[in-house]
Design a protein around this ligand. Structure first.
Ligand code: F6P
Length: 362
């Protein structure tokens, strides 16, 4: 007797807007088009370990005829971004088998995808990945779920901060997420009208940033400044002023660290305030772009499984969704801001200080 295919879905790593829209697309397409049963695995691999699965149907996702998942931030399945998953690899695979899953869709960023790739190979799972992260650093995909919303959130914050900065002749230092990848800082800085953008891939010098801010003031009459700094911004060795602070001491936050350095370097002539956007960047209602992407990725992931594909990640390339071997993705991630990224040239052409570009790390 033929039984219905049992498909699991989980979300792993830091959450972001658009995850629920992807879950919705997977459940709708798998159940309506292919008549599969779909099960949500709570808290990523922890749910597999604990052999937990929640049946998800198109009907159960409804709320008085509406489906709130499309525009709901976070993930209804919960997620984890820490833990020693690989220490429990056999128990996780045993959990997958106990749940009698025929296939699994995992939504994650580069860290989660690396772990899931190990698991799917060892467990011999039928597995497809969907990329998400506000860091936008997954290789071989032009878009990932969550980045567009986070970008708009940061730009909205910069719009607001610009008015108060201008009213008080202040320099606003705005710390955004991105420990190793500067895509969010670079793109939000350009779109939000920043004067300086400091990212992990291009070492900055405080002297360079300060003299740029002073030049804006002295030569162009601009009495305020906006500095966007990624949390993992990299200081150049030729950075100027000796200061009590060291990078190690910047556990208080990169924004605060840079504010102290700029204050020191400018001999207290600049009135500086710091805003740390933090997890606000991960929250909120997904943008239209993220809803579209999540829907397209969810559908494509289910179709790949229906075609018997496994060990692939759905990726956005040249205006369409394709399947790329997961190993290729994990071997080349995180995908950082590259020296030839045209947006660096764009920022420079707009007069934005983006660090010592001659020091760009390959
Ligand atoms: O990887 C996504 C991300 O949002 C990073 O930009 C950030 O550094 C990190 O997660 C924060 O993680 P946590 O939620 O553990 O504080």
């Amino acid at each position: 007797m033929k039984t219905q295919k049992r498909l699991g879905i989980l979300t792993s790593g830091g959450d972001c807007p658009g995850l629920n829209a992807a879950i919705r697309a997977v459940v709708s397409h798998a159940s309506i088009t292919y008549d599969w049963q779909v099960f949500g695995i709570p808290y990523a691999t922890k749910g597999l370990l604990e052999q937990k699965a929640i049946p998800l149907t198109v009907h159960c996702m409804d709320l008085r005829g509406m489906n709130p998942l499309l525009n709901m931030g976070g993930t209804i399945l919960g997620s984890i971004n820490k833990g020693d998953t690989l220490a429990h690899i056999d128990d996780i695979i045993a959990g997958y088998n106990a749940l009698e899953l025929d296939a699994l869709i995992g939504i994650g960023g580069d860290g989660s995808l690396t772990i899931l790739d190990v698991l799917q190979k060892k467990g011999n799972w039928q597995f497809i990945a969907i990329p998400k992260t506000i860091d936008n650093d997954v290789a071989f995909t032009e878009k990932v779920i969550g980045f567009d919303t986070a970008l708009n959130t940061v730009v909205d914050a910069l719009n607001r901060l610009t008015f108060t900065a201008a009213s008080h002749d202040r320099v606003m230092i705005v710390e955004v997420m991105g420990r190793s990848a500067g895509h969010l800082a670079l793109q939000s800085g350009i779109a939000g009208g920043a004067d300086c953008i400091l990212i992990p891939e291009i070492p900055y010098s405080i002297k360079g940033a300060c003299s740029h801010l002073r030049e804006l003031r002295d030569c162009w009459g601009r009495r305020f400044g906006i500095v966007v700094v990624a949390e993992g911004a990299e200081v150049a060795e030729d950075s100027c002023c000796p200061t009590e602070l060291t990078k190690e001491k910047s556990s208080q936050g990169m924004g605060k660290y840079i504010a102290d350095e700029v204050r020191n370097c400018s001999h207290n002539q600049l009135d500086i305030r710091v805003s740390v956007l933090g997890h606000i960047q991960r929250g909120g209602i997904p943008s239209a772009g993220d809803r579209l992407l999540a829907s397209a990725f969810g559908k494509a992931a289910v179709d790949l499984l229906a075609q018997g594909e496994t060990g692939k990640m759905v990726a956005w390339q040249n205006g369409q969704v394709v399947g790329v071997p997961l190993q290729t993705i994990t071997d080349n991630s995180p995908s950082l801001v590259k020296p030839d990224n045209f947006l660096i040239g764009t920022a420079q052409s707009l007069g934005i200080y983006v660090g010592n570009t001659q020091h760009i790390s390959a």
